[in-house]
Design a protein around this ligand. Structure first.
Ligand code: MG
Length: 381
């Protein structure tokens, strides 16, 4: 074990990987058949030399969830973010987010490099990331997400399969015209299961009656009914809705969380390190929400095992009171890139890896097989 002396990073490798998906994942924005993400590998110099930490930018195929794509993350990481972490000593992984805040936006790219530093820091000290973050749970409850389906029978079969696996909540993607019918079909078939809906911002304030119609179904939450920047609209809708609103896209910064809670824009917050720019801002949002007695849960962005292991460690913190979108990546990727694989236990929980750092290792053979391009940065060059 190495004491927490300043960390010097010798080398950073930015990997663009493309992984085939088991089935297209359909949202309001279209179908995704392969998963392109950026992985960042940070290698320590001096004490801890040779150890590698990993982080992930879980960019989606289109700049629809946020502004990022694989091309923007590649550009921002290689041209701006990576040089910042190579240049100086790191006294605490919590400092990285502030250092990267010199540049606006691009949270997923920031989360990749910030996450790699956290993992490396934890590995160097021989401690699980969970412990470093202040996590207390050794396993975390997982919910399942069922994408948009044209065919209700197919949707019901998917829900049935997720329940049989033990998932502790089912979340359905909804949009105007495909909401009550979907929720009602699932309620009629499966009764009083823990059920949630995610609209990914597909409604407007004028759609309040359509959202109120969902109140009859006892949903655990309606996630992100309105567009991401509509804090006041969400506050108005929440005031007229019994179902708690859970905010996802709206909370892109810690400041957004404070504003949303002050305005009453929602009663639950979804935390994703990728959306917030890393683990440090994710911890800060957790703390803000916990102080306000607002439950949080960990969302997902179809991460590989690298990003998902970070999320699972984060979700072990005490404010994470609701099941997270923490399905093992083997559920949606033909082959995950890490070992040992993350798993779902019979009770619908994901055990938090207890090895040093994120507790899972990137398999070099799979990394090589799925790499589209890579860029190597060395300190002092
Ligand atoms: Mg969401």
């Amino acid at each position: 074990m190495i004491p927490d002396e300043p960390l010097h990073i010798e080398q950073v490798v930015v990997h663009h990987v493309r992984l085939p998906m088991r089935a297209p994942f359909v949202t309001a924005w279209g179908a995704q058949r392969q998963r392109d993400v950026i992985l960042v590998e940070a290698v320590a110099a001096g004490a801890g030399e040779g150890l590698a930490g990993w982080g992930e930018a879980p960019v989606l195929a289109q700049p629809a969830y946020n502004e990022e794509t694989v091309a923007t993350a590649w550009h921002i990481l290689n041209d701006f973010l990576v040089p910042l972490v190579l240049r100086t000593a790191i006294a605490d992984p919590r400092d990285i987010h502030g250092r990267l805040a010199a540049f606006h936006g691009h949270s997923m790219a920031k989360a990749a490099v910030e996450g790699a530093v956290w993992d490396l820091w934890a590995k160097r000290s021989g401690r699980p990331l969970r412990e470093l973050l202040g996590g207390t749970s050794v396993r975390v409850p997982a919910g399942a997400v069922v994408g948009v389906q044209d065919d209700t029978a197919a949707l019901l079969r998917q829900v049935e399969a997720k329940l049989a696996q033990g998932y502790r909540r089912v979340k359905l993607k909804v949009h105007p015209g495909r909401d009550v019918s979907v929720i009602k079909a699932v309620r009629d078939e499966f009764g009083d299961i823990p059920l949630a809906a995610d609209a990914n911002g597909a409604y407007g304030v004028e759609d309040l009656p359509a959202l109120q119609a969902l109140d009859a179904f006892g949903l655990a939450m309606i996630e992100q009914p309105l567009p991401w920047d509509d804090f006041l609209g969400h506050a108005h809708v929440q005031e007229h809705l019994k179902t708690p609103i859970s905010l996802d896209e709206t909370i892109a910064t810690v400041g957004h969380a404070r504003q949303a809670l002050a305005l009453g824009s929602g009663r639950i917050v979804n935390i994703k390190p990728g959306r917030l720019g890393g683990l440090a801002p994710a911890l800060a949002v957790h703390d803000v929400c916990r102080a306000a007695r607002v439950p949080v849960w960990c969302g997902g962005l179809l991460e590989t095992g690298v990003g998902r292991a970070h999320n699972v460690a984060l979700a072990s913190l005490p404010g994470f009171l609701l099941p997270g979108d923490l399905a093992p990546p083997g559920e949606y990727l033909v082959e995950d890139i890490v070992e040992p694989p993350l798993i779902l236990d019979r009770d619908g929980f994901v055990p938090v890896p207890d090895g040093p750092g994120i507790g899972v290792a990137v398999r070099r053979d799979r990394l090589a097989a799925y790499t589209v391009r890579r860029a190597v940065h060395r300190a002092g060059k």
